[in-house]
Each structure stands twice: as C-alpha cells, then as structure tokens.
Design a protein around this ligand. Structure first.
Ligand code: PLP
Length: 407
C-alpha cells in the first residue's frame, strides 16, 4: 500500500507522446529528425473560427458556461448530427467536453465496473484500453489484420461478446489504420449487436471528415436506428477543423447517460472552455467548404507515402480510406540486422532503428495492439514526407537480411 493508487499504476504515458518526446530530444541535440508521430492536422484553424472566438471574448463570453455545453452549441451539434449524419437528437441528448477524450473518460468512468469488458478492435487508438483499465474494466482487444482490411467482422464480434461485455468501441475512420466501415458492414455488426441487448456501442467518428473515397459516410446509429438507444456517437472539432488545442469534443447519446456524464464533469472540469465553445459553434455553423482542399492535400500525401513504403522490400502498406495515418506491416524486416549488429526483433526495434539511422520518428505498432507495424502520420508537408520515405528506404537497404545468402 503506497502513496499512489492502483488505478494510476494501470495508466501508461501515451506511447504517441513518448515517441514524439524522444524525437524532440534528438532534435534538441542538433540531429536532423523528421517527426511523423503527430496526431493532429498541420493546417491552421480557419480564420472565421478564430474571429468568432475573438468576438466572443470581447463580448464577455469569458465565464463558466453550463456544465456540458452552451445551449447554442448544443443546438448547433443537433443540427450537425441531423445534417451530416441523419441522426435525430435534442439538446438533452448532447454533451460537450474538453476534447472527445474527456467524453471517453467520462463514459467509462460512469459505466464500467471492475470485471466489465470493453471490446476494442485492434489496431486501436492507444487511449481506449488505458482508460478502460483505469476505470477497472478489462479491454478485450480483437486483432483485425490487414487481410480483414483492419476491420471487425461480425464473426469476430460475436465471438468476443460475453455476459460481462459492456461496450464495443468502433472508430471509423480508424486511428491508426485509416479503415472506414461501410454502411453494409455496420449493418452486419448491428445484426450481431441486436442479439446482445446488454452491449452498448461507442462510435468514435472524430475523423469523419477526413476520407478519401466517394462513399457517403456511415455511422452505426444511423444505419441501425433501432440500436440508437444504446449508441453514443462521439465527435469533435479537433481533427476536422484543425482545432486540437481548442479542446472541444461532443457526443450524442441516451439522455440518462448524458445526465450522468454531466454530473461527473460538474465535479471535475466544471465546463469546457467558453472560448473553445464559441470557436466550435463557428466551426459547426460556418460551412465545410475549406475541407475539400485539405482533403486533396491529405490524399496526395497518402498516395505518395503508401506508394513509397510499398516499394521498400519488407514493408506492406494498405492504402487508408480515411484519417491521416498509414499503418505499414513490417514483418518482412524482423530478424534483419543493422550495421551496428542490432537485430530488429520487433516493431519497437524497427521504430528505434528508423529514428537512429534514418532520423525519422514513427510510432511502433505495439501501442496500437497490432504488430509488427508502425504508424506514420501524413499530416505534414509533402516535401518532408518524400524525404522521410527516402530515408527509411535507404535505412532498410542497409539492413543485413536475416539469413545472409538466402536471397
Ligand atoms: N479519438 C481518436 C480516434 C483520436 O485519434 C483522438 C485524438 O487523437 C481523439 C479521439 C481525441 O480527440 P480530442 O480529445 O482532441 O477531441
């Protein structure tokens, strides 16, 4: 029995921040490092949003707001869900928090007891299992491989559900794989969930607007309206509007749950920032026209990165349909040896090798629950991405294969 709780002992520092911190330490030593670990857009927040926040401050919107969002913002979120997702909700179904991450934290803190299970398809965003574990639950991670296009199949979902299952987490487009579920796939998952009435769904749609196919976006509560009473649809302005630092996330869900989330928030952060909310209101009401040009740039970078990585022997990179990450599998590099004699035994060793030898920082797949792989963020300039891929290719060429002479 020490000073620190067992709860905090179950939390690990975020792996993505750790990889970035090591890269920055090398940068500080004067090394030329390209950082591809970033989980945020490299674009600036659009000017009309900044102006709206400035006006809000000048007009006195500098005080606490109602606990889980201003009435104006909640209404704008209802309108957004109706307009873009076909979801009918009223302000009493809406919660607004300090980032989508706080909503995930609020949800699992409010609903997960010791022994409860949360099904999380892997690869997954690093924070889900940690938050579940912190709340005393057990993360049941299900490997969804490149052959499954990194998506949960109905069979795997069925096999993962037990009496203790409380939640299924769906994240489409997915961080880190970029996988996007189609309407048909969500329908099939819904058919399984219909048979298990005790299972709720957290649909993390935060990358909704970052997609590179012409398919219409589908979210599970819309595809399966009869399940909506046990679905939370989570979104935010961080990724779509380049507003990660504004810290505003929001969700729609059943009123009884939304009320409990508000109680927890009232005793933790009191309310999200009034200024952030004014900015989010401008984002959700100001039109999305600028996104087409951003997406064109992301798509162009994606095409370059995936082609360049696929040209490297030992790497296999699926082309992501959404988000701004590529997730190449690197099993073909394992067992090979660096010039210094280090054997690349797992994806952490591969990421370390790229950092040391190529000066390129990526995040090893181990933190995302599906190895051996690594995550490359393409939310950075094309010039840097071209340089980074060329450096990785060169570093891979310098590796001694596992069995010299076998090739
Ligand atoms: N969900 C996913 C899948 C993410 O990648 C992130 C951020 O990286 C978040 C949620 C949290 O977003 P925020 O707290 O900035 O709204």
């Amino acid at each position: 029995m020490g000073f620190f709780t067992s709860r905090i002992g179950r939390l690990k520092p975020s792996l993505t921040s750790g990889s970035a911190a090591r890269a920055r330490a090398l940068l500080a030593q004067g090394r030329n490092i390209i950082i591809l670990t970033t989980g945020e857009p490299d674009f600036d927040t659009p000017a009309h949003i900044i102006e709206a926040a400035y006006s809000a401050m000048k007009s006195g919107q500098t005080r606490y707001t109602s606990t889980d969002g201003t009435p104006e913002l909640k209404q704008a979120i209802c309108d957004k869900f109706k307009r873009e997702n076909g979801l009918d909700c009223s302000p009493s179904n809406i919660t607004v928090s300090t980032g989508a991450k706080q909503i995930i934290f609020n949800i699992f803190s409010t609903t997960v007891e010791t022994g409860d299970e949360v099904v999380i398809p892997a690869p997954y965003w690093v924070s889900y299992p940690d938050i579940v574990g912190y709340c005393g639950g057990t993360a049941i991670t299900i490997a969804c491989t490149a052959d499954d296009r990194f998506k949960l199949t109905p069979e795997k979902l069925e096999a993962s559900i037990t009496r203790r299952t409380k939640w299924l987490v769906l994240n489409s487009p997915c961080n880190p794989s970029g996988a996007v579920y189609t309407r048909g796939e969500l329908k099939e998952l819904g058919d399984v969930l219909r048979r298990h009435e005790h299972v709720w769904v957290l649909s993390d749609d935060i990358y909704e607007h970052l997609r590179y196919t012409d398919d219409e976006y589908a979210t599970i509560a819309h595809v399966n309206p009869d399940l909506a009473e046990r679905v939370v649809t989570l979104n935010g302005v961080s990724k779509a509007y380049a507003m990660t630092g504004w810290r505003i996330g929001y969700a729609a869900g059943p009123e009884a749950l939304i009320k409990k989330l508000s109680v927890l928030q009232s005793q933790s952060t009191s309310s999200p920032s009034s200024i952030g909310q004014a900015g989010a209101l401008a984002a959700l009401t100001g039109g999305n026209d600028f996104m087409a040009s951003w997406n064109q740039q992301y798509r162009d970078r994606r095409d370059h990165v995936t082609a360049a990585l696929n040209a490297i022997p030992g790497l296999r990179c699926s082309v992501p349909d959404g988000a701004f990450y590529a997730y190449p599998m690197c099993d073909g590099l394992l067992g090979s040896r660096s010039r210094e004699g280090h054997v690349l035994s797992d994806d952490t060793a591969v990421a370390d090798y790229f950092l040391e030898r190529a000066g390129v920082a990526v995040v090893p797949g181990t933190g995302f629950g599906l190895s051996p792989a690594f995550r490359v963020s393409f939310a950075t300039s094309k010039t840097l991405l071209e340089d980074a891929c060329a450096r990785i290719a060169q570093a891979c060429m310098e590796l001694e294969p596992e069995h010299p002479g076998a090739h």
